[in-house]
Design a protein. Structure first.
Length: 455
């Protein structure tokens, strides 16, 4: 995967790199990718970089050359790094005010900014006046090197190690652990210090091996960093590799559709017993918790108080669909999407009457989402598509704008060329509980009842 896809860089973005362990390399790598796509790329720093790093840029210009010269250089080179002066081998960058002038006067597609200084360290905590993030920034990329794991917790590898020690008390000189790295990345006073509340944030774990234990450790760091965090995702990779991003871990939500009337069932099917301890709806929520889904919303309607009493104590968010009697599944999906936190990147559509849902299938769907740039992933068994399907945020407005008589199927049909089908080896994705016989058959398939041919 490319850096551009991992960070979801859009035309008009102002991208600020902060942290340590590969900011300059990531900025340069992203710039070259965008040039390949025909973009006009401006870059600079709000702090300073080393003079020899200018050789890595296609073109470096002093701002004293003027706006017209900058525009001409951009037309010729497509990627131009701007600076104010060079003093003793240090390249000084631009003020936030001058960056705003450039955005208003130079026809560029994107601005890339190194907004932090780390003096070659692998991880950093900012000093009082750091980072220097321009107010026009739309996307912030905190960077850290996974290679810091196992290194001694000292100032040889960490910039401003005392700030981390004072906050968390990690023992100096001890090997740095995965949870320590995750905690620094997600901390509002450390890794996210100075990042305004309204900015998109995608962290980058650089220098991650493509295979083995190192990659597994990176996934652990990402999962911990995303927990109760403003991060929109954590990209895992190595910027110097031919394919710099191995995968992107993003917060995934689940909308559990549990508002139905159960008219063919007689009783409210979500409240039927499934195991000795749990009803159907409790069992489904439990499987989502086991799958480490970041945010679970259960949409209720019929017998909402009873459903809410069961699942809210499990940590699920519960919302009520006022239109459940007439709005069908689509109205519940809209209510569920509107309840999702801003940093949720995609949501699983989970049927509240599909009790054989399996964590391994959820894991397959979420892993496919992490490793590809697909935002529409549909599990399939013997060429038949089922649930839980995953729908990325970019499709949510289309769902919210569907008419009252619309169906989710219309979204899938409209974007059939964009679907990633995931073949699974279980028919549980196809089967739900609509009738008493469905209920009995599903319990037999799950091994909860014995088949009785006389019954």
């Amino acid at each position: 995967m490319r850096l551009q896809d991992a960070f979801n860089v859009l035309r008009g973005d102002v991208v600020s790199f902060i942290g340590a362990g590969g900011k300059t390399s990531a900025l340069i790598g992203l710039g070259y990718e965008l040039v390949e796509d025909g973009w006009r790329v401006l870059a600079t720093t709000t702090t300073h970089i080393k003079e020899d790093q200018l050789k890595l840029m296609p073109c470096a210009l002093n701002i004293a050359t003027g706006i017209e010269a900058i525009s001409d250089a951009l037309t010729e080179n497509k990627f131009v790094f701007l600076y104010s002066e060079i003093i003793d081998g240090q390249v000084l960058g631009l003020s936030s005010e001058y960056i705003r002038q450039l955005l208003d006067s130079v026809d560029s597609d994107v601005m890339l900014i190194e907004a932090d200084y780390s003096n070659g360290r692998l991880l950093k905590a900012p000093l009082a006046d750091e980072p220097v993030i321009p107010s026009d920034t739309s996307l912030v990329i905190p960077v850290a090197s996974l290679s810091v794991l196992g290194k001694p917790f000292n100032d040889k590898y960490i910039y401003n190690v005392d700030a981390i020690h004072d906050r968390y008390g990690f023992p100096k000189e001890n090997p740095i652990k995965s949870p320590w790295l995750a905690q620094v990345l997600r901390d509002e006073e450390l890794g996210l210090c100075g990042v305004p509340k309204d900015k998109r944030i995608v962290a980058f774990l650089n220098q991650t091996p493509s295979k083995g234990y190192g990659r597994a450790r990176a996934r652990l760091v990402a999962r911990l960093a995303l927990r109760k965090s403003r991060l929109y995702g954590v990209a895992i990779g190595s910027v110097r590799s031919a394919e710099p991003i191995h995968e992107v871990r993003r917060p995934i939500g689940a909308v559990v559709l549990a508002a139905g009337m159960s008219t063919r069932m007689g009783d409210h099917k979500m409240l039927l017993p499934w195991t000795d301890k749990h009803t159907i709806i409790e069992h489904i929520v439990e499987q989502l918790i086991k799958s480490r889904i970041d945010h679970i919303t259960v949409v209720t309607g019929h017998m909402s108080k009873e459903v809410k009493a069961l699942v809210e104590s499990m940590g699920a968010n519960v919302v009520y669909n006022r239109s459940y009697k007439s709005g069908e599944m689509l109205s519940s999906m809209k209510v569920g999407l509107q309840s999702m936190p801003d940093n949720i990147a995609a949501t699983l559509v989970v049927l509240g009457d599909q009790p054989r849902i399996q964590p391994r299938v959820i894991y397959q769907v979420s892993t496919t989402y992490a490793r590809t740039s697909s935002d529409l992933i549909v599990p399939s068994f013997e060429m038949k598509r089922g649930h839980p399907m995953l729908i990325g945020r970019r499709y949510w407005n289309e769902i919210l704008n569907l008419p009252r008589n619309g169906m989710l199927r219309h979204l899938v049909d409209n974007h059939r060329d964009e679907i990633t089908y995931l073949n699974v080896n279980t028919d549980s994705i196809l089967r739900d509980v609509d009738t008493p016989d469905d209920y009995r058959q599903e319990r037999i398939r799950a091994g909860l009842e014995r088949y009785d041919p006389t019954n």
